[in-house]
Design a protein around this ligand. Structure first.
Ligand SMILES: Cc1ncc(COP(=O)(O)O)c(C=O)c1O
Length: 403
């Protein structure tokens, strides 16, 4: 599918003329174009859909129905995973270790009820195994586990790290030792390996106004791609000698082509690419179409070239940097005001376009991250062409706030 033409402010104002702001929306034309680009970048490999980056059940279902290569879900908490399973979702991989004993107890029951089909949980140390085992009764079916390999890039003899600080399992030998430990425990079964190279998948490398930093990131990514491909292949080969794992998951929206190209990888993960939030605007290897946004009403005109909108302070998680701010989208050319930024109840926006807006008009912004937008709104209005085609509840709209 061709990338749709960029949306304009008058077009969005016309589409949403009967809707009261604030509201959030998803442009399905852009989302499906993004989905096609992700499938293309992933070669022939299936894409496990990262639910944290969608946080909207009806949209997750639409994505899974769209193409059979969108296969399985990568979930973010065990209560969320069980909630999705209760609503008919299958092939669930919980990507982050859990210490929730109550939910683990429930998972153990389901492992008995549907052996081989219950969600898979992430582990990276013996304590995780002990915690899972602590809730198991005398049931026969083992709980299915995935081992996470650290995919960060450690330079200068381990003194400089690019990537996430998650799993302590770095070498193939570390991984085999834990796999063997799992093998010694009757009620645990190792079924997968996951390694997420966030320093490639989640880090923009074509940042406006930062040519030197961009070049340094691209150079790091190039080295890291080679390093993780070798280490992952060796780890997978050695693990397969001790456990017949079913899948090897890797990557994310920003690394689909390089992760999928590794023979050892059987599936890639992605979520953010559907919505294409602000943080995915600046990559050298792909472009996406903005697909999710939110509208704020203009409620004041405090000075020439300024409008003040209601709400807007929907900052993204992560380190303190301006990239966590929402991105003013339409009309074009707006910037936040230095002293106020995106405010709790009021957000001034500065730019020439202000003089063409009246009180009661909307301004449109995008969140810096994908799924976090849904923690601010109960529903997403879906648009296609120049029409509203549906309105669907977010996790929050269904009364759930998992994280
Ligand atoms: C384990 C794991 N895999 C994959 C991803 C990629 O998700 P996305 O495509 O939404 O960036 C993430 C994101 O943080 C992750 O934590």
């Amino acid at each position: 599918m061709e990338a749709p033409a960029a949306r304009s402010h008058p077009e969005l104002e016309e589409i949403f003329s009967d809707v009261e702001a604030p509201f959030a929306f998803v442009d399905l034309d852009a989302m499906w174009a993004n989905a096609d680009r992700m499938l293309e970048r992933a070669g022939e490999k299936p894409i496990r859909v990262a639910t944290k980056s969608l946080r909207c059940r009806p949209l997750i279902e639409l994505v899974l129905d769209r193409n059979e290569r969108f296969r399985g879900l990568m979930t973010f908490t065990l209560p969320e995973t069980l909630w999705l399973a209760d609503r008919g979702m299958e092939n669930l991989l919980l990507a982050y270790p859990t210490t929730n004993l109550e939910a683990l107890g429930e998972l153990a029951l389901r492992s008995v009820a549907s052996p081989g089909l219950a969600p898979v949980v992430m582990v990276d140390c013996v304590e995780h195994l002990d915690i899972v085992e602590s809730v198991l009764g005398s049931q026969a079916s083992p709980v299915r586990l995935c081992l996470e390999l650290d995919a960060a890039f450690w330079a200068f003899g381990g003194r400089l790290k690019a990537g996430t600080l998650r799993s302590p399992i770095h070498s193939p030998e570390d991984a085999v030792a834990l796999a063997e430990e799992i093998g010694r425990r009757d009620k645990l079964e190792l079924v997968g390996l996951m390694a997420y190279e966030g320093q490639i998948a989640g880090l923009g490398d074509h940042i406006p106004g930062r040519p030197l930093r961009s070049r340094a990131i691209r150079s790091m990514k190039k080295k890291s791609r080679v390093e993780i491909a070798e280490r992952r292949a060796e780890t997978v080969a050695k693990i397969r000698e001790v456990a017949p794992i079913e899948f090897v998951n890797g990557g994310g929206t920003g690394s689909l082509e390089s992760t999928a190209a590794e023979e050892a990888v059987t599936e890639v993960a992605a979520g953010s690419g559907f919505f294409a939030p602000g943080q995915f605007d600046h990559y050298s290897n792909f472009t996406l179409s903005p697909a999710a946004g939110f509208a704020l009403p203009v409620v004041r005109r405090p000075a020439p070239r300024v409008v003040t909108a209601l709400g807007g302070g929907y900052l993204a998680s992560g380190p303190l940097d301006p990239g966590r701010m929402p991105v003013p989208w339409l009309p074009e050319g707006f910037e936040f005001e230095d002293d106020e930024g995106a405010g709790e109840v009021q957000t001034p926006l500065v730019g020439d376009a202000a003089d063409d807006l009246a009180i009661g008009d909307n301004v449109y912004l995008r969140h810096a991250k994908a799924g976090e937008l849904c923690e601010r709104f109960k529903s997403l209005i879906l648009i296609e062409g120049n029409e509203i085609v549906d309105e669907v509840p977010t996790y929050r709209g269904e009364g759930e706030t998992f994280l």
